[in-house]
Write a protein that binds this ligand. Structure first.
Ligand SMILES: *Cc1c(COP(=O)(O)O)cnc(C)c1O
Length: 453
């Protein structure tokens, strides 16, 4: 598609002009539909999420065997939901956030195996592919797909040396800015695949080192994420024994993320947090290419309907999803088209062009977006560490911008008014989705703590 010149873009969609000037912006999605209508229009449904959840459960015996750290949760990869009242005070005092309800942190930063939200989607996709290959190679039967004790043994046996030998004939490849490569690489290597990760220039050295230590082949690019994906896909497509994880278009990845929502129901219950017509839930999630926040949002909207309000947060230099959604041009437009570099300290979010698939789904479901300057990511990081003693990587801290601004920005105040929530904000709960950090080595944490932009 031909993208209009910048002057035309900025005249047609003034918010793109403000993004070009690196302003922090707030955007409310004018196309959001009531969930009942949005669900009818969607190609995916709750049934697909249930299917993904069941598959993860089938694989639990294998996961427990390959990664003993998942034993406390019986092989389920899940994170805690915790209250962060001291951070709420900081947001109110320093950022004048005026948050009245409860503030919670969803610690996907501490998910087992990959230490980031990618442990949901990435690992799920590798497992789904593995199930197909296992059936094709006679390691699993159709009967095993139904569950039960027999099935548990069969899935556990996928960790046997004989099974690994079969999987070692196959390749799994992925393009990544870092964390997706870690989740796909670690899981693929654990199963026995020949794993190849194509890393963009943004990827941190320690992530490449960690992967190589696990036997993963890391190919480095001096170009950005889009280029790493393009090359990875090309190499994979040329090899019939190779499977490419396509972060931009994968329905499987998306559904793996969506399972988070079903598990959140019980966790909110445990925290005594009510979500209903009188008690709205606001959720803020950092966005890169869109798969993780899109999948989680899709799941949350299926489960909590119109009572949940989901917002994405992107860096001012790489707001690819916002550029696509605000203009309606979706993945036809890149951040470079609006005069941005796409370069950001938030390596997990350093994406220049969003997923068209996710943007198309989010058009009906998403409440809005915020953008954030890199300098503030480090401030949020230090403040969370000081107030709650929880470490997150800078990318993950983007979500705090949503909580800081939801009650005070003109755009979101208007949204709250229009949704009939003005009198209910005292009963609201806010979840800041923490998407990564627990695997960051201490020396790098020290660097982050001392970074002031
Ligand atoms: C990948 C990632 C995200 C965003 O996920 P996308 O699927 O790229 O939108 C957010 N935070 C962190 C730490 C990530 O690694």
């Amino acid at each position: 598609m031909m993208i209009p010149d910048q002057k035309t873009l900025f005249e047609t969609w003034p918010i793109l002009g403000r993004m070009n000037r690196e302003e922090e912006v707030v955007w409310v999605n004018p196309d959001k539909l009531p969930v009942s209508t949005a669900k009818e229009r969607s190609e995916l449904s709750m049934k697909d999420i249930d299917d993904a959840e069941a598959r993860l459960k089938r694989f639990a015996p294998f996961i427990m065997r390959a990664f003993p750290e998942t034993e406390p949760r019986n092989g389920l990869i899940e994170s805690e939901l915790v209250r962060i009242p001291a951070m709420r005070e900081i947001l109110n005092d320093k950022y004048h956030a005026c948050l009245k309800g409860t503030l919670l942190l969803k610690k996907d930063s501490h998910l087992a195996i990959a230490g980031s939200v990618k442990a949901r989607g990435g690992i799920y996709e590798v497992l789904k592919h593995t199930e197909e290959l296992a059936i094709a190679n006679g390691l699993l039967t159709e009967e095993d797909l139904k569950g039960g004790a027999q099935s548990e043994n069969a899935y556990s046996a996928l960790g046997d040396e004989s099974a690994r030998k079969i999987f070692s004939q196959y390749k799994v490849q992925v393009g990544s800015t870092g964390n997706l490569g870690m989740s796909i690489g670690i899981m693929s290597a654990a199963i026995g695949y020949d794993a190849i990760v194509h890393m963009s220039a943004d990827a941190k050295q320690w992530k490449k080192d960690l992967l190589r230590a696990r036997g993963v082949t890391v190919i480095e690019y001096e170009a950005d994420y889009g280029e790493a994906v393009k090359n990875g896909r090309k190499q994979s497509d040329a090899d019939p024994m190779s499977y490419f994880v396509d972060d931009e278009n994968s329905r499987d990845l998306f559904l793996g993320y969506a399972v988070a929502a079903k598990r959140l129901v019980g966790q909110l219950d445990e925290q005594g947090v009510t979500v209903d017509g009188e008690h709205p839930l606001f959720v803020y999630i950092p966005c890169g290419v869109g798969g993780a926040p899109g999948g989680i949002t899709f799941g949350l909207k299926q489960v909590f309907g119109d009572n949940v309000h989901c917002f994405f947060v992107e860096p001012v230099q790489a707001p690819c999803m916002l550029a696509g959604m605000a203009s309606g041009l979706q993945n036809a437009i890149s951040v470079q088209d609006i005069g941005l570099t796409g370069l950001t300290h938030a390596d997990g979010l350093a994406v220049g062009r969003a997923s068209g698939f996710v943007g198309g789904v989010m058009k009906d479901f998403l409440s809005g977006e915020f953008t954030v300057r890199d300098a503030e990511l480090y401030d949020f990081m230090r403040e969370l560490l000081a107030s709650e003693n929880i470490f997150l990587e800078p990318s993950a801290c983007a979500s705090f911008m949503g909580a800081a601004k939801i009650c005070v920005s003109e755009e979101t105040r208007h949204y709250i008014e229009a949704q009939g929530l003005a009198g209910k904000m005292g009963n609201a709960s806010h979840i800041v989705w923490a998407t990564g950090g627990s695997l960051v080595p201490e020396s790098i944490r020290e660097q982050y703590r001392n970074t002031y932009l």
